[in-house]
Design a protein around this ligand. Structure first.
Ligand SMILES: Nc1ncnc2c1ncn2[C@@H]1O[C@H](COP(=O)(O)OP(=O)(O)OP(=O)(O)O)[C@@H](O)[C@H]1O
Ligand SMILES: Cc1cn([C@H]2C[C@H](O)[C@@H](COP(=O)(O)O)O2)c(=O)[nH]c1=O
Length: 369
């Protein structure tokens, strides 16, 4: 049986699975697609649920005597059983009872579990060969328990946040260098986009040009829409695929910037920003493995930005008055407190700040550094 040896989630049909995800990457949730268009993967249906075959079993099932691997999914996309109606819950539970009665073991991961690859709620039904039953059950349970360990070397999403000029891009570049030096594959991202095609997508970069153009006056709602569109592009085209390949994703900014600039700075409703972010991305995007906010006084930030030679043409947000800048500075500290995000002082040398970030990643990311 394959266990922690490979330290990586691997499917028996790995190549097929990767091709499948690539082909359907812009089609949304795999399970919702099955609900809309049944394929031969669907083996049963009730008023609120589908019973489907798991087409991409993991290697660690091989040789475990697994005869059948099915799943029950609710027809409605929910990430937790708690979000089903009472009627849907009864229907779902009836399926669990039926399959348990027919000799299937039942497994499910919690909402937001870092080892759950599909957000759409699903419960596994696994039936093992009668002859090898005891051994097979033990193997499956061990594989299930060991899953966290096996996943610990999978992709990690690390976000460096902070106001303009706090040194996010500098630190992301230094972390990338560090992770590459210890043999990890790295994907660097800049939100809302970048001229560098490696760190962005063509659409995100075009959206960023509009966003950064201070001559185009617009409302907070339009800003939220522009940032959300760029975010979906980056998530679906760059970040999510890199995480699935097991890479370290290092991003300068994510939705915390929208909570701060559009929420605290421009007064847009915070719950609406969260709702849109969830709609355009998913749970994993909302909960990176590590998130850190860099903090630096306004004077020092301006000094650094001017050294970079950009203050002559300040962009949409840099050109806003002191009042807005204060809201953003205060906003970062308030959001850090409210969301439990560590704040690291950027008022040291590049190396000193880097060392503090590495300490933070070691403490919070579950990453071998
Ligand atoms: N610790 C540091 N000490 C001195 N200078 C620094 C430090 N970190 C970054 N810088 C310099 O400050 C400037 C701003 O840094 P950087 O571009 O990394 O900030 P940023 O947070 O990514 O900015 P923005 O959000 O505006 O893109 C750069 O010229 C960079 O070389
Ligand atoms: C992601 C994001 C960014 N902003 C602001 C922050 C900056 O002033 C600009 C982007 O410029 P950069 O040079 O690419 O950092 O946009 C924002 O207001 N909301 C966001 O979600």
């Amino acid at each position: 049986m394959m266990m922690a040896g490979s330290m990586f989630r691997s499917r028996t049909k790995e190549k097929e699975y990767i091709d499948h995800r690539k082909k359907h990457k812009s089609d949304g949730c795999d399970f919702c697609r099955l609900v809309k268009h049944h394929t031969d993967q669907v083996v049963g249906e009730t008023a609120h649920c589908l019973i489907i075959k798991n087409r991409f079993g993991y290697n660690f099932w091989d040789g475990c005597g697994v005869d059948d691997h099915l799943m029950v999914i609710p027809k409605r996309h929910v990430d937790s059983l708690a979000n089903l109606s009472d009627e849907e819950k009864i229907d779902y539970m009836n399926q669990i009872a039926k399959f348990e009665n027919n000799g299937y073991s039942i497994y499910a991961r919690a909402q937001g579990s870092k080892t759950k690859s599909m957000a759409h709620q699903h419960t596994h039904f696994i039936k093992v060969d009668g002859k090898a039953k005891k051994m097979a059950d033990i193997c499956i349970e061990a594989a299930y328990c060991d899953y966290e360990v096996m996943m610990s070397d999978a992709g990690k999403y690390i976000v460096i946040e902070g106001n303009d000029g706090t040194g996010k891009s500098t630190q992301v570049a230094k972390l990338a260098e560090y992770f590459r030096s210890i043999g990890r594959t790295v994907c660097v991202i800049e939100e809302p986009g970048s001229d560098d095609p490696e760190k962005s997508t063509p659409i995100a970069n075009e959206l960023r040009k509009v966003i950064k153009n201070g001559d185009l006056a617009r409302s907070a709602a339009v800003n939220v829409a522009l940032f959300s569109a760029a975010r979906r592009e980056l998530w679906r085209e760059k970040i999510q695929p890199a995480l699935e390949r097991g890479e370290i994703v290092l991003s300068a900014r994510n939705y915390i910037s929208t909570l701060v600039y559009q929420g605290r700075g421009e007064g847009y409703d915070e719950s609406e920003i969260l709702r849109l972010t969830k709609l355009f991305t998913d749970e994993k995007y909302l909960k990176p493995d590590v998130m850190v906010i860099l903090s630096l006084s306004r004077d020092k930030r301006e000094e650094r930005i001017s050294m970079r030679g950009e203050l002559k043409n300040p962009d949409t947000f840099e050109s806003r008055g002191q009042d807005f800048q204060k809201k953003v500075d205060d906003g970062y500290l308030e959001i850090a407190e409210a969301y439990g995000i560590p704040v690291v002082s950027a008022d040291g040398t590049i190396d000193e700040v880097h060392d503090m970030l590495i300490d933070n990643i070691k403490a919070n990311g579950g990453i071998d550094v």
